[in-house]
Design a protein around this ligand. Structure first.
Ligand SMILES: Cc1ncc(C[n+]2csc(CCOP(=O)(O)OP(=O)(O)O)c2C)c(N)n1
Length: 640
């Protein structure tokens, strides 16, 4: 890593020769492989943009010029070239550098990202700010063909063409979203990419157009029309041209020289420009080139074999969801599955292999998925919309306006609810209980383990109204799975044990924690009632109020922000009933949770049994003393 070690800022790249840049590309690939194999992360997207990032940083002058990375999962190379070579070893670790661009980390990270399709909007905002302030710098958005399927990207392209301001959009086209890209735009890009005649024709056409003589106004008009129609038929990228962009491409995204030449030319154009770059996802590491989707985001793996290091027999929640969905699909032909470009991650792939006609991958278009599912539900189908908790945030209005207002029986399967670990604040699914709980008609459930997940999904399919089921990332608890599905009574909680002192009411992943806390408290002579709420909405008011009335205090446990979450629901219920017992709410405080190993994060944010116990002892110590006092008084009385 002779050259890479010496790159302290993008400025250093400008002094390198082409062969040095090529050597640097190799050094970067080796370092990416070394770090991602030991930390996990987004490998294939970064291997694909090594030359592109080198070209961008050698042509533009970040941070004065603003580079905006879409999703930002492919910004590792950018991090390496912007003074974070040493820190890169701490990638995605607690207190280490983030796996996504983050403004507080570097002035070169112009815009924080993690969710898809925001780059063109952000870049357009930066470009307008530049114009309004009378500044002169460049603004560049780098967006993948997958991210280009998101509605926001289209909205921004549309607006950028209208504003006609200076802006460069680099379309990094590798034919892949996480898996194979989908949709008409993708098919269009494929045509541009694969027809070798296109580029040739473009040159011919441009030559030809220049030759059309412009004599006399009538002739000019005719000539213009001819030019337009010829262009329409034959120039690649006409779609972008029609939207007001000047199109360049396709460009070989692994040829630094070619890339630099194109970017140097486009830099002088005073209007929106789109540079279409062709790259190979996973470039340079054969296992990733062969399986780019598996290496899109990967855990710790063996560099030699490409195999994941951690393997366990306990199924993930995603796997149990996926198996249950297939079984439900077999039982009921009306069951459909929706994914927004996350078939493997969200567990709809097996269903789509089994029932291709009943499954929909909409691209990175969560909003569209939800509204389309609403209409199918109104027509008697049973759509299951599987979207990570964090990405469903995108479709909030569609859930309210299209699904719940019309009481459409759509089942939302919210995977990755709660803390997700290394991906950090852009990906933690810690808001869903708050952003869903206040929506009328919606039933919200969270399973305490993977077995309950099966029954909840079944219950959701049977229910004649919208349902959301939220469950965590990673493995289940390893409990046996019932062979038959059982409908759960809507709005009924499960009392796991009864005790006279404290009521612990938990949802989802925190039920197991509550059981463990209760065991620890038993050792200290405190007896707890433990309730698995199962339903966040409707709440089982009867069971909860009875337990609360029979104990001296309440602890609620959730892996969600406290504001507007499950604990708030319990407080509202108790206030309505005029109950005044002390309530301790365990959950996430009013701040964004950072990235890092999930166990570390649970520890830091007080979600482990030991930390919860500590909080209970702090909060309820007064009552414990009181109780001891009462006990002592009773003993004295009895002895008299
Ligand atoms: C709103 C939203 N939905 C889903 C995702 C998950 N996701 C991350 S990257 C990605 C694919 C992006 O594909 P592309 O833009 O082509 O980038 P590539 O990885 O191919 O370089 C998806 C679906 C996300 N980040 N944001």
């Amino acid at each position: 890593m002779d050259i890479l070690k010496k790159i302290n800022s993008p400025f250093d790249l400008k002094k390198l020769s082409l062969s040095e840049l090529q050597q640097l590309a190799q050094e970067i690939r080796n370092y990416l492989l070394e770090v991602v194999a030991s930390n996990g992360g987004h490998l294939a997207p970064n291997l694909g943009v090594v030359e592109l990032t080198l070209a961008i940083h050698s042509v533009y002058s970040s941070p004065i010029d603003k580079i905006v990375w879409d999703v930002g999962h492919q910004a590792y190379v950018h991090k390496l070239l912007t003074g974070r070579f040493e820190e890169f070893k701490t990638l995605r670790q607690y207190q280490g550098i983030s796996g996504f661009p983050k403004r507080s980390e570097s002035p070169h990270d112009s815009f924080g990202t993690g969710h898809s399709s925001t780059s063109i909007s952000a870049a357009l905002g930066f470009a307008q700010a530049r114009d309004l302030k009378g500044e002169k710098h460049e603004v560049v958005a780098v967006i993948g063909d997958g991210a280009m399927t998101g509605g926001m990207a289209f909205e921004a392209l549309n607006h950028a063409g209208h504003l006609n301001t200076k802006l460069t959009v680099i379309l990094n086209d590798n034919e892949m979203s996480i898996a194979q890209n989908v949709g008409a735009m993708s098919a269009y890009l494929n045509r541009v990419r694969t027809d070798p005649l296109y580029t040739k024709r473009k040159e011919d056409i441009e030559y030809l157009l220049k030759k059309i003589p412009a004599i006399g106004s009538k002739v000019v008009k005719v000539a213009d029309r001819v030019k337009d129609s010829l262009k329409y038929l034959l120039v690649p990228g006409i779609l972008f041209e029609e939207l007001g962009f000047k199109y360049f491409g396709p460009v070989n995204g692994h040829d630094i020289n070619e890339l630099r030449k194109v970017l140097q030319n486009t830099k002088h154009i005073n209007k929106p420009v789109l540079v279409h770059v062709i790259t190979k996802k996973g470039k340079g590491y054969p296992p990733a080139e062969k399986n780019p989707d598996r290496f899109h985001g990967i855990g710790i793996f063996d560099l030699k074999t490409g195999e994941l290091c951690k393997k366990t027999d306990v199924p993930t929640y995603t796997k149990v969801f996926s198996d249950t969905l297939v079984k439900l699909g077999e039982m009921d032909p009306k069951v459909l599955a929706f994914t927004a470009a996350m078939g493997e991650g969200a567990g709809t792939s097996d269903f789509s292999k089994r029932f291709p006609k009943r499954s929909f991958d909409v691209g990175i278009a969560e909003q569209h998925a939800v509204t389309m599912a609403a209409a199918l539900a109104l027509e008697g189908f049973k759509p299951v919309v599987a979207i990570y908790s964090t990405f469903l945030q995108r479709a909030y209005d569609q859930i309210v306006h299209d699904v719940c207002l019309q009481n459409a029986p759509v089942v939302f399967a919210l995977d990755r609810a709660g803390l997700v670990g290394e991906d950090g604040p852009t990906h933690h699914g810690v808001f869903d209980l708050s952003y869903l709980r206040h929506i009328p008609n919606l039933t919200i459930m969270a399973p305490k383990d993977e077995n309950e997940l099966q029954h909840m999904l079944y219950t959701g399919i049977l229910h004649n109204g919208p349902v959301a089921i939220r469950y965590p990332r990673g493995c289940g608890l390893g409990v046996p799975l019932d062979a038959d599905f059982r409908p759960l009574p809507i709005g009924r909680a499960e009392v796991l044990q009864k005790g006279r002192d404290l009521t612990l009411i938990a949802v989802g992943s925190m039920v197991d924690c509550a059981v463990k806390v209760s065991r620890l408290l038993t050792q200290k002579g405190v007896a707890c009632t433990v309730i698995n709420a199962r339903f966040i909405k409707p709440l089982d008011a009867e069971t909860i109020l009875e337990a609360v009335n029979n104990t001296n205090g309440v602890v609620t446990l959730e892996e969600n922000v406290l504001n507007g979450g499950f604990g708030s629901a319990i407080l509202e219920l108790m206030a309505e009933e005029g109950l005044e017992q002390k309530v301790l709410r365990i959950g996430l405080e009013d701040s964004f949770s950072t990235h890092g190993n999930i166990n570390t994060l649970r520890e830091i944010y007080g979600l482990t049994p030991e930390k919860v116990l500590q909080r209970i002892e702090e909060e309820f110590s007064f009552k414990a003393v009181n109780k001891l006092n009462k006990l002592a008084i009773n003993l004295i009385r009895r002895n008299r």
